[in-house]
Write a protein that binds this ligand. Sequence first.
Ligand code: ZN
Length: 574
Amino acid sequence: MARHLITSAIPYINGIKHLGNLIGSQLPADLYARQLRARGHEVLFLCATDEHGTPAELAAAKAGQPVDQFCATMHAVQAGLAAGFRLSFDHFGRSSSPQNRRLTQHFAGRLDAAGLIAEVNEKQVYSVADARFLPDRYIEGTCPNCGYDKARGDQCENCTKQLDPTDLINPRSAISGSTDLEVRATKHLYLRQSALRDQLRDWITTRVDWPILTTSIALKWLDDGDGLQDRGITRDLDWGVPVQKGDQPWPGMEGKVFYVWFDAPIEYIACAQEWADAGKGPETKKGWERWWRTDKGAGDVRYTQFMGKDNVPFHTLSFPVTIMGSAEPWKLVDYIKSFNYLTYDGGQFSTSQGRGVFMDQALEILPADYWRWWLLSHAPESSDSAFTWDNFQTSVNKDLADVLGNFVSRVTKFCRSKFGEAVPDGGAWGAREAALVAELTTRLAAYEACLDAIEVRKSAAELRAIWVAGNEYLQAAGPWVTVKTDAARAAMQTRLGLNLIRLYAVLSAPFIPDAARQMMDAMGCTDWTWPGDMAHALTLLQPGHAFAVPEVTFRKITDEERADWQVRFAGVRT
Ligand SMILES: [Zn+2]
């Protein structure tokens, strides 16, 4: 048994996430955490909301709330949706926590002491009417290249040209529309990432087991063009972690905060501290350090991060610079699982444009397991994958209703009608049963290998094959025919079918936890032991053990529903 630290990329606070966000990190991380726990490993699974920065300030202003109150409200909303999707975080923290504030300031102090922080005087656009410096993307104007009149200060969306705010013709504040803009001098801290370029390359090129998607993105950022650039880690904002060197003031940086990208990944560490401080672990307050400090017991921890591909540069380069540059024994990530994008009906899911299906809407129309199954079995691993309502309906109806749900229904209803609601006695396994045990033994090993490798789609395919094997057995054995001539043999076949339901509950729980619980409850069983010896696992429910016929485990999505949802989710969310 090993100890596994698992983090999902932390979602930004300013809205409800869509299904593309969900399958891009939180949901596969949950699958990984659940299957490891089920197989007896010690797991700490953490996620949080990413709360600082200008978009949160602007969303709060739009909602007419102080930003701290807005974030508290949205954190509760996101936590509720995470619970709705059965995401089994040990703690769902907040990057605005006091723990993260202290740790962020601590790391900045350590990096400065190591000579990895540069103070840079620069000029930035200041909006007099808004009384604030404007980040590049909050300056709008006419593109000098194509004439588009809503080009942003960092890029023209129309012609994709990279811009500098001073390139824009007739620049204005995207917040207030004011043209009363000035260029003012300000000072910022830069993280000297370039100084650790060789150290990063040595580290990344020895991660030979990482997915190509992860290492290729990392190496591109490391070496393309002029190579890895130093990055500003401070901003002229009110909402954020105040700039300090540890617990000491930082002369010349008064009134500034750390840039959100610097403090957000540090929340992975702070979140463990929040978890311990909240008394959730069986540990002392310092107990979180055994997950994060290699000098305090984290030497045997395997740390796995989950994220969408857009987050890879921060996790392979910037955050490791923070960790390595601190010269303290913090745990570095062991494995990064990154994902491509899920597309929606031929286009992009988009939070800003409200396009696609969002987590709250999804749960309004179907239970979490339907979404979990479709999303995980179609995870965008080797390439982008496409959500369409046709595909969703087909997969759910075939895999969940026809294969798994139908098996559970047939076995339990047949048993009730012929033998009553208890596991029937009599008969003994023959060649067909031995063949099934052998097949399931092989398939279980394949399933476990895919789960260990975090091959999400392949894991789903292996699980489905395990369900299919039971169906094929039942079809070939045909207890509803056998019972007419050999009641004892039919009882044996039915007994095996009931044991298969329990086995399916255990093996399916990482994917579809609610249905798994329903199946286990129907079997009147609380033994969630992951199967070791297959023959043993298929004889756990002994003759005479009472069970119940469950309500329909999975219902089919009708053509009318599919057509209705296609129309309802075709436009943009308002
Ligand atoms: Zn343009």
